[in-house]
Design a protein around this ligand. Sequence first.
Ligand code: TXA
Ligand code: MG
Length: 332
Amino acid sequence: MTARTTDIEKAAGVLRAGGLVAFPTETVYGLGANAEDPAAVARIFQVKGRPPSHPLIVHLGGAEHLDDWVEDVPATARLLAEHFWPGPLTLVLRRGRRVPLEATGGLETVAVRVPDHPVALALLSAFGGGVTAPSANRFGSVSPTTANHVRAELGNAVDFVLDGGPCEVGVESTIVDTTGGTPSILRPGGVTREDLEAVLGYPLAVPTASGVRVPGQHPSHYAPRARVVLVEPEKVVAEAELAQELGHQVGVFLPASFADAPVKAHAVVAVPGSMAAYARGLYGFLRELDRQGCDLIIASLPAKEGLGLAIANRLRRAAGPRPSSTGNAPRQ
Ligand code: TXA
Ligand code: MG
């Protein structure tokens, strides 16, 4: 689906005037502002309720703009940009002078990507500059993969919502830090580790589930209202039924390998067998179980191969300790 040209022009005008525009990308919807307008960038943090130390991603209309925004681009970064842009890959590089410190949470590095979505690219082209955008959700909650998710969560706090239909990839971009000697994955996402390694020709370290590498990578994140509990795939049905008997409103992520198992629970999501379909549906499933009034979600982790690595990372964070239960765990 493509937004109308008049909508694109209007959205570009909102950005120029210092406003906020929610727009579709291939991964999730972003909450965009003019990257060079510190006041507009500050409003992003205010609307999301996100601490200002959490750095944002600058979205560019094409790899040819890279050198306008960053300095000292290593050959590895150029190679990755050439192969994966436009696409769900974010590169962390040295901050160029055009990028205000407000956008990087005070860091001397900046995350940049070229999204692979016709509406996002049309907006970036009409606007002409860089658009800094986190996922268009409130701090701590599930990222939006439709325009309705954005409207339901942010409502009038956004000046304009561009509707580009549901997001194809469904999980955020893969973030690769190319400022050190060897590139490292800071967040698994839409470009798989295997695809990166095939281009680089050497193996990459897998991020640990609990390691906090940079601000904004805390254990609890991507969380629905319902508490998420992870168990082994073969225990999902039994654990769900036990919790339901104990009085919980249980939502079940039924693994594809147990698709035929009857399960007594409040709501059941049949997890797709294909990892691409699972990633595409993941955040919608979590939102749907919240909508149906579940207070507990029982799920299991997929194998950490391909997109399974990003899905497992998001499920772990959704199940991470929360401020309400621990008193001090930060969330994004
Ligand atoms: O797919 C995506 O990446 C989406 C769409 C809208 O592009 N955006 C997104 O943004 O997921 P956000 O703000 O929810 O997550 C961006 C993450 C931050 O949490 C932070 O960990 C990391 O990017 N990041 C940004 N700048 C960084 C930097 N200079 N160094 C290390 N990590 C950085
Ligand atoms: Mg986010």
